[in-house]
Design a protein around this ligand. Structure first.
Ligand code: GDP
Ligand code: MG
Length: 314
């Protein structure tokens, strides 16, 4: 058991699954709660692919949050895997946080998730996120609409903004109350259980999604080929240490490779620059980043390729 400092007798610890349609703000909420950029976020739906465990340690509880891929109807092999992972996650955790958007009324899209969750025994809390986008009076109406929907199921309702943090504290307290009594599961300083390589690869994928938007859909994957800490040359006064990162971006078609590289390499340069800046924050030091683009047709339908890229093969 790994603990630091005295742990109170009534300390709670356990697992929280974040469930919600793509783009509701699951990754943003994880980052807000943990106070560090762990999960990549973007206005493009279906950003999160790998299961990322973010660890939130408070004086009285430790919440291990699992940021699940957005649940949606499967279209191809990768989609089916994502839904499968989400279903499995629900059964394994102590409490589910169903995240919805305060700016939208309950819709047909919610029914799929509602049905899935009501079939499980795991307790569910509901949070209406993006409350900052809604006028206070409208928010009360919206809350009432959702209470009508979830009241029967006995799911408590909260409002929050993952972006500015409002309501997030209450949410943490409510989630912690659903965890079993128990000691810390991870050391206090640990904020994620993902290897750094995956976090770094995700930062590159985030830039690809941000910079190319609709042009490169979800047929992109990133693999870190080399990650090396270069120590400063003691003989030279101006020499500074840095982290060298070599990575490959996989796409499915030649045309996509063209878009990613851009005119005279301008797009790849912009992606690299954006990713490097984020990596420097994560690593807390200078980064040298070199990117390659490779075409592997239909990688999403090839199980061996998926496994190699780190996607869970269940
Ligand atoms: P996910 O697909 O559920 O993980 O969603 P993301 O966390 O990637 O967020 C999707 C988009 O919604 C991003 O552009 C976020 O900046 C934005 N977003 C998330 N939470 C909030 C919020 O509380 N308020 C506002 N205004 N935007 C938010
Ligand atoms: Mg996400």
């Amino acid at each position: 058991m790994l603990t630091s400092g005295p742990i109170p007798k009534d300390h709670r610890s356990g697992f929280v699954a974040l469930i919600g349609r793509p783009n509701v703000g699951k990754s943003t909420l994880v980052n807000q709660l943990v106070g560090k950029k762990l999960a990549i976020t973007s206005p493009v739906a279906q950003t999160t692919r790998n299961r990322l465990r973010a660890i939130l340690t408070t004086p009285s509880a430790q919440l291990v949050m699992v940021d699940t891929p957005g649940i949606h109807k499967p279209h191809h092999l990768l989609g089916e895997r994502l839904v499968h992972t989400a279903r499995k996650t629900i059964c394994e955790v102590d409490v589910v946080l169903l995240l919805l958007e305060a700016c939208c009324s309950p819709g047909r899209g919610d029914q799929f998730i509602l049905k899935l969750l009501s079939q499980q025994k795991t307790p569910v809390l509901v949070a209406l996120n993006k409350a900052d986008l809604v006028e206070k009076t409208d928010l009360l109406d919206r809350e009432a609409e959702y209470r009508d929907l979830f009241g029967e199921l006995g799911w408590p309702l909260y409002c929050c903004s993952a972006l500015n943090g409002k309501g997030c504290n209450d949410l943490t307290v409510a989630l912690a109350a659903h965890l079993p009594l128990g000691p810390q599961l991870y050391p206090s300083h640990m904020k994620s259980d993902q290897p750094e390589q995956i976090l770094l690869a995700e930062l590159i994928r985030e830039q690809v999604l941000l910079k190319t938007r609709e042009e490169i859909p979800h047929s992109v994957a990133v693999k870190i080929d080399r990650l090396e800490e270069i120590t400063p040359d003691k003989k030279s006064k101006n020499s500074k240490g840095y982290t060298a990162i070599l990575a490959t971006i996989f796409v499915e078609r030649k045309s996509q490779k063209g878009i990613l590289i851009g005119k005279g390499g301008s797009m790849l340069k912009a992606i690299g620059k954006g990713a490097r800046l984020q990596m420097q924050i994560l690593i807390d030091g200078p980064v040298y980043l070199e990117l390659f683009v490779k075409v592997v047709s239909d990688w999403r339908c090839k199980p061996a390729r998926l496994a190699e890229l780190g996607y869970e093969v269940n």
